[in-house]
Design a protein around this ligand. Structure first.
Ligand SMILES: *[C@@H]1O[C@H](CO)[C@@H](O)[C@H](O)[C@H]1NC(C)=O
Ligand SMILES: *[C@@H]1O[C@H](CO)[C@@H](O)[C@H](O)[C@H]1NC(C)=O
Length: 441
C-alpha cells in the first residue's frame, strides 16, 4: 500500500497527541474531533512544532469578535476563521434581537437560531449571547476583566456609530484591537436580493422562462444584474471560490491540525474502524435546522460524510429559482460546521451501492423535516439501495425549519428589508469603489 497514506496517518496521530498535551494515546477519529474543542489546546497557524510546545504552557491568547450573524453565511464563517487565527481561543458575541431591531430592523433569524449557528462553527470556542450592537466602555471592560479577552477583532470595513464616531476607537486606543480582511463576494444584502428577485419573478408570471435568471444566480459567475427593482442599482456577485478557501475550510477535522502538517494531512480521513454516517441534501441557505440534523447524524457514528447536491439537481427537484446559493457557497457553509468531517461537492441524487462501498458508509440518514419528503413514496426512491441493505434511518429533525421557512420570513418582512437593503447596498457600493488591497486571507 502507498506509504503516503501511512505517513499521513502517523502524522495525524502525532499531531493529535500534541494537541491533547503530550499524552501518548491511540486516537480514533472521534477522539481527534473531541480534541478540537478542548480549550487547552494550541491552535495557532503555520508555526513550527517547537513553538507549539513552548506556547502550550503560556496563557492562551483570547480574541473576541461580535456580530449579528443574521442569515449566517460562509462570509461570516470566514471572518470567524480569520479571527481565530489571531489567537488561541475565539469568543464570539452575538447581538440581541432587540438591539438588531433598534439598529437595522428585525432580524430574520431569532437569537436562539443565531446562537445555534455560531456555536456550530468549528473555529468558535465560546459564545456570549445578547452582546451590545456597539461596544461600550463598560462592555469592553467586562470583556477584558471577566472574559479575559486579549484582543477585539473586526473586519476592515468601517464601523461607525450613529454619532459618527468609530465603534472600536476605545479598543484601538487601548492597543487591544486587531483587524481582519473582509470576505469578498457575499453579503446578507446580496442573499436577500437573490431571494426577493426570485419571489418577484415568480409572482409576475409563474410560467415565465427563468433560464437566464437561473443561470445568473445558480452559478455565481458574477454577471452584472441591472435593475433589481429595489432601487439599489447594479448588483454583482463577487464570490470567487478558490481551492485555497476550500482547503482552509476543510482543515483537519476542525482541529486546525494543518498547523504542523504536511499538506496531505488536510481533511483527515476517517480512522480505522470508524463508523461512517452519510447524509445528503441541498443545504441551501444553511440554517439552524441543517445544523441540528447534522449534530444528530454525527452522534450516530464517528465520521459524518455530507453529500451536497449539484445546482442542476436542486433546480430539477425544487424549481428553477433554486438553489439560492450555488454549490460552492453551500459547500463552504457545510464545511464550516463542526459536526461535519467531509463533504462531497456535487453528490449524486441516488445513493448507489458503489458509493456505499467506496466510502465504507455504515448508515444513511435523512431528516423528517425537509422541503419535500414525497420522493420516498415515488418509485425511484434515491435511498432504495441503503433501504434494501437495511442501513437507512429516518431521523427526527430537531427543528422545524426549511429553506422555504427562511425565504417566507424574508418575504413577510419585504418592505422593511427593501429599505434596509437600499441603505446597505449604498454603503457596500462605496466600500467596493474605495477598496484597496489588504493583506491576509
Ligand atoms: C427558455 O429560454 C431558452 C432560451 O431563451 C430556450 O432555449 C428554452 O427552450 C426556454 N424554455 C422554456 C421552457 O420555454
Ligand atoms: C468500514 O466500517 C466499519 C464500521 O462500520 C469498520 O468496522 C471497518 O473497519 C471499516 N472498513 C475499513 C476498511 O476501514
Amino acid at each position: 500500500m502507498g506509504s503516503d497514506a501511512d505517513n499521513s496517518r502517523s502524522w495525524g496521530k502525532f499531531v493529535a497527541t500534541c494537541l491533547i498535551g503530550g499524552v501518548v494515546v491511540a486516537l480514533g477519529a472521534s477522539a481527534l474531533l473531541a480534541s478540537s474543542s478542548s480549550s487547552s489546546s494550541y491552535h495557532g497557524p503555520h508555526l513550527p512544532l517547537g513553538i507549539g510546545f513552548r506556547r502550550r504552557k503560556k496563557k492562551p491568547v483570547r480574541v473576541y469578535m461580535d456580530g449579528c450573524f443574521d442569515m449566517m453565511h460562509y462570509g461570516h464563517c470566514n471572518a470567524l476563521r480569520q479571527a481565530r487565527a489571531l489567537g488561541d481561543q475565539l469568543v464570539v458575541g452575538v447581538v440581541s434581537d432587540a438591539e438588531i431591531t433598534a439598529n437595522k430592523g428585525p432580524p430574520v433569524t431569532p437569537l436562539h437560531e443565531r446562537m445555534i449557528m455560531v456555536k456550530a462553527v468549528k473555529w468558535v470556542d465560546e459564545v456570549i449571547p445578547d452582546a451590545p450592537y456597539a461596544i461600550t466602555e463598560d462592555f469592553m471592560k467586562k470583556l477584558f476583566d471577566e472574559y479575559n479577552i486579549d484582543y477585539i477583532i473586526h473586519g476592515d470595513d468601517p464601523c461607525v456609530l450613529p454619532d459618527g464616531t468609530d465603534a472600536y476607537a476605545l479598543a484601538k486606543k487601548a492597543g487591544r484591537y486587531k483587524q481582519i480582511k473582509r470576505t469578498e463576494g457575499v453579503s446578507s444584502t446580496d442573499i436577500v436580493g437573490r431571494m426577493l428577485l426570485c419571489v418577484r419573478e415568480r409572482s409576475i408570471s409563474d410560467s415565465h422562462n427563468h433560464s437566464s435568471l437561473q443561470r445568473q444566480f445558480s452559478h455565481g459567475h458574477g454577471q452584472k444584474l441591472d435593475d433589481t427593482g429595489s432601487g439599489s442599482g447594479t448588483r454583482v456577485s463577487h464570490f470567487l471560490p478558490t481551492s485555497r478557501r476550500i482547503v482552509q475550510f476543510s482543515n483537519g477535522k476542525g482541529c486546525s491540525a494543518v498547523l504542523l502538517a504536511p499538506s496531505d494531512l488536510i481533511g483527515l480521513g476517517p480512522g480505522q474502524d470508524a463508523r461512517i454516517v452519510y447524509i445528503d441534501g441541498a443545504f441551501d441557505l444553511f440554517h439552524a435546522g441543517h445544523v441540528e440534523i447534522l449534530r444528530v447524524a454525527k452522534e450516530l457514528g464517528d465520521f459524518l460524510l455530507v453529500g451536497i447536491h449539484t445546482d442542476q439537481t436542486v433546480s430539477a427537484k425544487r424549481g428553477a429559482h433554486r438553489p439560492i446559493m450555488n454549490l460552492h457557497e453551500r459547500s463552504l457553509s457545510v464545511l464550516a460546521c463542526r459536526y461535519v468531517d467531509e463533504v462531497i461537492i456535487g453528490a449524486p441524487w441516488e445513493v448507489s451501492k458503489d458509493m456505499i462501498t467506496t466510502f465504507n458508509i455504515s448508515l444513511v440518514v435523512h431528516g423528517t423535516v425537509a422541503e419535500n419528503n414525497d420522493f420516498q413514496k415515488e418509485n425511484g426512491n434515491p435511498y432504495h439501495v441503503p433501504i434494501s441493505m437495511d442501513i437507512f434511518k429516518v431521523l427526527e429533525s430537531p427543528l422545524d425549519i426549511t429553506t422555504t421557512t427562511i425565504i417566507k420570513r424574508i418575504v413577510s418582512n419585504h418592505e422593511a428589508y427593501l429599505k434596509r437593503n437600499e441603505k446597505k447596498a449604498e454603503s457596500e457600493k462605496r466600500y467596493y469603489e474605495g477598496k484597496s488591497y489588504v493583506s491576509g486571507d
